[in-house]
Design a protein around this ligand. Structure first.
Ligand code: PEP
Ligand code: MN
Length: 337
C-alpha cells in the first residue's frame, strides 16, 4: 500500500508515519515530490491492523497497491527515476546510447570500437565478456581478460562501461572492472543472480526475458531493488513470437506500458530485437517516438568477421550515419544525446 501525505505535510508528520510503519517491522520507502510525499509500505500489512494510520497528522489517504512489484511501481514513486551509471544519467530529458561490439574479441577490436562510438556520440560502451551462446561450441567470451580491456577502454575514452554477467562468478569479477552490469534476456529470472546484482551496488540494466510478460519483467526488477539497489534500467530487446523474418519481435508497446506502470527508465535494443542490420535504424527511430530513454546498438569494426551477431552489427560508418539521423527524432521528443 501507499500512504499519500497532504500537500506540504511537515517533515515531522512524515517521520511519524515512517516510524509507525517501521515499529511494526515493515519497510517504509519515501518518495518526495515537489508538493506531495508518498510513503510506500513493503511487508505484511496485516501487522498494521488497528494502527489507524489514516488518522495521523498530515495523512491524506491510503491506497492499496495490488501489483506484486512495489519498489518498481509508479504508484510508489510517481516521478520518473533518473539512474546514474558511471558518468551518465539515464532517464527523462536524455537519450542514452549504449554501443559497442556484441562480444569483446581483442584489445584492438574493443579500443577501435570505443573510439568510434564515442566519436559518433554514444556515452556508454557495451561489449560482452561472458557470452550466453545458444551453442556451447560458439565463442564464449574472453571473460576477465575482456573486462580488463573494457576498463582500459572506459578510462581512455571517458565512456561509461557496461558488461553482461551470466553467473555469480562472472558478477564477482565484473564489479571490479565496469560501471554498470547487464542481466541478459536468458537470465531475467535467475533470481540468485538478480539478488547479487542488487547487492553489488552497481546500476543494473535488466533485459526482458525471451518470453517474459511485462509483469514478470517488473518483478525481476523488484528482486534487484529489494536488495537495496534502486538503480535499475529496463531494456526491451524483442520477444519470441511465431514470426521468423526478424530474430525476435520488438515489442515497442512495452515502452509506453512500462512508462505507465513504472518509474524506471526503459531503453530499446533494436539490434537483438531484429537481428538484421537494415532494420535497426527504423526501429531505433520508432523507439525514440515511443518514449524510450535510450538505445543499445551493436557495432563492430568488421561485422563480417565478428565472432557473434555479425549480421546485426553496424559498421562504424553506419553507426555514425545512424546517430546523425536520430538527432531530429531525439530533438522532437525533447531528449539530448
Ligand atoms: C547482449 O546484449 O549481448 C545479449 C546477449 O542480449 P540478449 O540478452 O538481449 O539476448
Ligand atoms: Mn549480441
Amino acid at each position: 500500500m501507499i500512504i499519500i501525505m497532504k500537500p506540504h505535510a511537515s517533515k515531522q508528520a512524515v517521520a511519524k508515519v515512517q516510524h509507525l510503519i517501521e515499529s511494526k517491522g515493515l519497510t517504509a520507502h519515501l518518495s518526495e515530490g515537489s508538493e506531495v510525499t508518498i510513503v510506500g509500505v513493503v511487508g505484511d500489512k496485516t501487522k498494521l491492523a488497528g494502527s489507524n494510520i489514516e488518522l495521523l497528522e498530515g495523512v491524506e489517504k491510503i491506497v492499496a497497491v495490488t501489483e506484486s512489484y512495489k519498489l518498481a511501481n509508479k504508484k510508489f514513486h510517481p516521478e520518473d527515476s533518473i539512474i546514474p551509471a558511471g558518468k551518465t544519467m539515464i532517464g527523462p530529458g536524455t537519450l542514452t546510447v549504449m554501443a559497442g561490439p556484441c562480444a569483446i574479441e581483442s584489445h584492438d577490436q574493443l579500443m577501435q570500437s570505443a573510439i568510434a562510438v564515442k566519436k559518433a556520440g554514444a556515452t556508454i560502451l557495451r561489449g560482452g565478456a561472458y557470452k550466453p551462446r545458444t551453442s556451447p561450441y560458439s565463442f564464449q567470451g574472453l571473460e576477465e581478460e575482456g573486462l580488463r580491456y573494457m576498463k582500459e577502454a572506459g578510462e581512455v575514452t571517458g565512456l561509461t562501461t557496461i558488461c553482461e554477467v551470466t553467473s555469480l562468478r562472472a558478477l564477482e569479477t565484473a564489479v571490479k572492472y565496469v560501471d554498470m552490469l547487464q542481466i541478459g534476456a536468458r537470465n531475467m529470472q535467475n533470481f540468485e543472480l538478480l539478488k547479487e546484482a542488487g547487492k553489488s551496488g552497481l546500476p543494473v540494466m535488466l533485459k526482458r526475458g525471451l518470453s517474459a510478460t511485462i509483469e514478470e519483467w517488473l518483478n525481476a526488477a523488484e528482486y534487484i531493488m529489494a536488495y537495496d539497489n534502486p538503480n535499475v534500467v529496463l531494456c526491451e530487446r524483442g520477444i519470441r513470437t511465431y514470426e521468423t523474418a526478424t530474430r525476435n519481435t520488438l515489442d515497442l508497446s512495452a515502452v509506453p506500458v512500462i512508462r505507465a506502470k513504472s518509474h524506471l527508465p526503459v531503453i530499446v535494443d533494436p539490434s537483438h530485437a531484429t537481428g538484421v542490420r537494415a532494420y535497426i535504424a527504423p526501429m531505433a527511430k520508432a523507439a525514440i517516438a515511443a518514449g524510450a530513454d535510450g538505445l543499445m546498438i551493436e557495432v563492430h569494426p568488421c561485422p563480417s568477421c565478428a565472432l557473434s551477431d555479425g549480421p546485426q552489427s553496424l559498421t562504424f560508418e553506419d553507426f555514425d550515419a545512424l546517430m546523425k539521423s536520430l538527432k531530429p527524432y531525439a530533438d522532437l521528443e525533447g531528449r539530448k544525446f
